[in-house]
Design a protein around this ligand. Structure first.
Ligand code: GLU
Ligand code: MG
Length: 444
């Protein structure tokens, strides 16, 4: 691997290597080294001062070491040929050689390791949605969709099509196995999906996809945003996440040919676990104030904690497929959005599902034929259907009551995460918004 990567960097004429990792919010950090230092980075890692990174601030532990994961080598397609840069994702270690507990990628690695003794692998196929917006002349950015297309439209805007094609080509060049790109429901909204892969690689891919789309859009004078609800009154952007577990022979253990929904007892346990932990999961998979403006009725985002085969308003959907198609049996979790840190999100999603399997939590029946939106509170309660949290504050309260998810994040990340998110929420709660001024100024 080492030799191969050094050779590739030479052939690619790479001048700098960006050693990348994320902070707890998912923001990408980069320490750049000249390609000549790659050997040192591989042998000893690269030391850096982590004290000013969000969630890393603990002065006595500010020296940290980045160890590159060479398999993640990829050229950054927007870097100029004469200053070509490549990136590798890194794992973070402390001076004593132990993994840094505040490294989100490490959290996911440890969560996945729980499966190692069973020789299971957790597969993830995410569907990140985003808007391409035009910059206004003014200093402030207003969300102006840059096209007039609609869901799956082909000809509405050649311009949008051209940009999306360019994004897909660039992402494929970075090693993502692109399956599909299409216009989404809202004006200016798009989706690019890549093939399912193991959770760690899938999280790396989400990070790659987001920053690549942003960088290439910026080159076109556009803004790409993964904000969950940038525009009032139209669909927001989700990141539906298709999940399955394969055993060591590569068999999908969610599949049971005898079952009505082709689901195995393990799949039912997994679904039940994610439902049982759903309200706490929300804080990590939908972690911004704005996330809760997407999770409202009428915009294809789920609100209720339930599962169904076809109902797109359910929190977990079992996509229908031709009978016997083992590999495509999967549970689609529909409430994550692309503002999450995918490492933390996939880690807690896995531990919630595993808890359901281990505790044999019974799975409630699906809500295929029920119109949950027309049910009264008491009817919902009768069917045991609860609602996802209505705000980030509520979701954080739920996370605080969930020892399993807290354990998965580890005390270090949990505390840093809650500190950052509480302050986000508190700041929002005390701000006076335009809506309030318009609504109350003259009427109060
Ligand atoms: N944009 C919708 C959401 O916020 C989903 C649309 C779809 O089903 O792909 O989840
Ligand atoms: Mg979609």
């Amino acid at each position: 691997m080492e030799k191969e990567i050094k050779q590739r960097a030479k052939e690619d004429n790479v001048k700098f290597i960006c050693l990348q990792f994320t902070d707890i919010t998912g923001a990408v950090k980069s320490v750049d080294i000249p390609t000549g230092r790659l050997q040192v980075a591989i042998e000893d890692g690269i030391w850096f001062d982590g004290s000013s990174v969000e969630g890393f601030a603990r002065i006595q532990e500010s020296d940290m070491r980045l160890i590159p994961d060479l398999e993640t080598y990829a050229l950054l397609p927007w870097s100029r040929p004469e200053r070509r840069r490549a990136r590798v994702f890194c794992d973070i270690y402390l001076p004593d050689g132990t993994p840094f507990p505040g490294d989100p990628r490490g959290v996911l690695k440890r969560a996945v390791e729980q499966l190692a003794n069973r020789h299971w692998s957790y597969n993830i196929g995410p569907e990140p949605e985003f808007f391409l917006l035009r910059k206004n002349d003014s200093d402030t950015i207003h969300p102006v969709p840059h096209d007039v297309g609609g869901y799956f439209d082909f000809s509405a805007s050649d311009e949008a099509q051209r940009v999306r094609t360019e994004l897909m080509l660039a992402l494929a060049g970075m090693g993502l196995e692109i399956e599909m790109g299409h216009h989404e429901v809202s004006r200016g909204q798009h989706e690019i999906d890549f093939r399912y892969t193991d959770a760690l690689r899938a999280a790396d891919n989400v990070v790659t996809l987001k920053y690549t789309i942003k960088a290439l859009a910026a080159q076109q004078g556009l803004i790409a945003t993964f904000m969950p609800k940038p525009i009032y009154g139209i669909n927001g952007s989700g990141m539906h996440t298709h999940q399955s577990i394969f055993d060591r022979e590569g068999r999908n253990i969610f599949f049971d040919p005898e079952d009505e929904y082709y689901l195995s007892p393990i799949a039912y346990g997994f679904i039940a676990g994610q439902m049982a932990h759903a309200r706490a999961l929300a804080a990590v998979v939908a972690p911004t104030v704005n996330s809760y403006k997407r999770i409202v009725p009428g915009h294809e985002a789920p609100i209720y904690v339930c599962w169904a085969q076809s109902n797109r308003s359910a929190m977990i959907r079992i996509p229908s497929h031709s009978p016997g198609r083992e590999a495509s049996t999967r549970a689609e979790l529909r409430f994550p959005d692309p503002s999450c840190n995918p490492y933390l999100a996939f880690a807690v999603m896995l531990s919630a599902g595993l808890d359901g399997i281990e505790q044999e939590i019974p799975c409630p029946p699906p809500v295929n034929d029920l119109n949950i939106y027309e049910m009264s509170k008491s009817e919902l309660a009768e069917h045991g259907i609860t609602q996802l949290p209505g705000s980030l504050g509520e979701a954080l309260d739920e996370l605080d009551r969930d020892p399993i998810l807290k354990q998965t994040l580890g005390p270090y990340i949990y505390e840093a995460f809650v500190r950052a998110k509480r302050s986000e929420w508190d700041e929002y709660c005390t701000r006076v918004m335009d809506w309030e001024v318009a609504y109350y100024l003259e009427t109060a």
